[in-house]
Design a protein around this ligand. Structure first.
Ligand SMILES: [Zn+2]
Length: 160
């Protein structure tokens, strides 16, 4: 998988620890969350931009479902309801769809299908969302984005 160096997801320490709590509370199931914040487009040269996603709000979605991410993705309406509530009240953009894996943090075949499906859906708010995946064991996190019919890994930077 190619690394897209021009997309940086900045995640403050508080968000990171909320993600860890969300994953620990969901155990032994998959955790699922949405991350909101701001997007900045920084011009680095002519026709060349860097995109910075700045995480500001972490919404852990509680679920009794074994696979909450699958549930959420299949329920576009629910996804949209959560999104509308948050964006209206906080005036932030949706940056990322977060979930955990029992081990590892690479997108599964199903994740890849869902990334593609969501990007091609009518839910414009979810376009160019970063999929963040946390390894439940070592709590390491990686980010991915789907565009131009391809999945790229993006850079995650932990901020203090
Ligand atoms: Zn997954």
């Amino acid at each position: 998988m190619k690394l897209q160096e021009d997309i940086i997801f900045r995640i403050p320490k508080e968000i990171y620890s909320k993600a860890i709590d969300c994953v620990n509370n969901a155990h032994p199931y998959e955790a699922c969350a949405l991350i909101f914040g701001n997007k900045e487009e920084i011009k680095i040269a002519e026709n060349n931009y860097r995109y910075e996603y700045i995480g500001m709000k972490f919404i852990c979605i509680e679920s009794d479902n074994k696979s909450s991410i699958a549930f959420l993705i299949k329920n576009e309406e629910k996804l949209n309801t959560i999104f509308l509530e948050i964006s209206k009240n906080l005036n932030m953009k949706l940056l990322s769809i977060f979930h955990s894996h029992p081990s590892g943090n690479h997108p599964s075949t199903t994740d890849k299908k869902n990334m593609k499906m969501l990007e091609k859906s009518n839910l414009n708010a979810f376009r160019y969302s970063i999929w963040t995946i946390m390894d439940s064991q070592d709590k390491s996190m990686k980010g991915y984005i789907y565009y131009n019919n391809e999945i790229y890994q993006i850079q995650i930077k932990r901020e203090n």
